[in-house]
Design a protein. Structure first.
Lengths: 127, 108
């Protein structure tokens, strides 16, 4: 059974760096093909993908936030960490981590989309 | 960057009836299109991936169709628990995952 859970501060001040941790179980980020992503959602608004990290430590970032984002993993702890620098009130929202699904057909790994999500953590940016 | 649009913004339907939600991509995403359901205070739940494949545990009343740039999510025999916000998402245009703005399904 795959589960994920986000943790981190609920309140950060403008210009500070946000650090969020995703702790997961039911899979290993050292297994080929596995990846974990972060998605956020401002209050009352749509979802926005932020970053993705693969089992081989390959990383992808949203172009609109690339210079501010860092994603890392700690395979021994089954955790993924997201850092977002220079926080602004517009960064207020619920931050989710999610497992990206996929399957191996014997020759190629087919990547799908986010199939398991954490419950999310609300982050408010305010002085 | 691919832009996703959804229509209608809000759809009011009576329980037991059918709801049809639309999603359009600004360029072809082949069939790399997913639908998510989100209820207030909850994380999104994957319903459909690959444009028409139901995710594990999703009831058969949810069906997806389309390819390229035009997609549809149909919910037949609406039940009370189906009233929520629905998002489409493309995962074809690497490195981006792009979500639509969402459609709210209301009880009529």
């Amino acid at each position: 059974q795959i589960t994920l859970k986000e943790s981190g501060p609920s309140l950060v001040k403008p210009t500070q760096t946000l650090t969020l941790t995703c702790t997961f179980s039911g899979f290993s980020l050292s297994t080929p093909g596995v990846s974990v992503g972060w998605i956020r959602q401002p209050p009352g608004k749509a979802l926005e993908w932020l970053a993705l990290i693969y089992w081989d430590d390959d990383k992808r970032y949203s172009p609109s936030l690339k210079g501010r984002l860092t994603i890392t993993k700690d395979t021994s702890k089954d955790q993924v960490v997201l850092k977002l620098t220079n926080m602004d009130p517009v960064d207020t929202g619920t931050y989710y981590c999610a497992h990206r699904g996929g399957y191996y057909d014997g020759s190629v790994y087919h990547y799908l989309t986010f199939d398991y999500w954490g419950p999310g953590t609300l982050v408010t940016v305010s002085s | 960057e691919i832009v996703m649009t959804q229509s209608p913004v809000t759809l009011s339907v009576s329980p037991g009836e059918r709801a049809t939600l639309s999603c359009r991509a600004s360029q072809s995403v082949n069939t790399k299109l997913a639908w998510f359901q989100q209820k207030p205070g909850q994380a999104p739940r994957l319903l459909i991936y690959g444009a028409y494949t139901r995710a594990t545990g999703i009831p058969a009343r949810f069906s997806g169709s389309g390819s390229g740039t035009e997609f549809t999510l149909t919910i037949s025999g609406l039940q009370s628990e189906d009233f929520a916000v629905y998002y489409c998402q493309q995962y074809n245009d690497w490195p981006l995952f792009t979500f639509g703005p969402g459609s709210k399904l209301d009880i009529k």
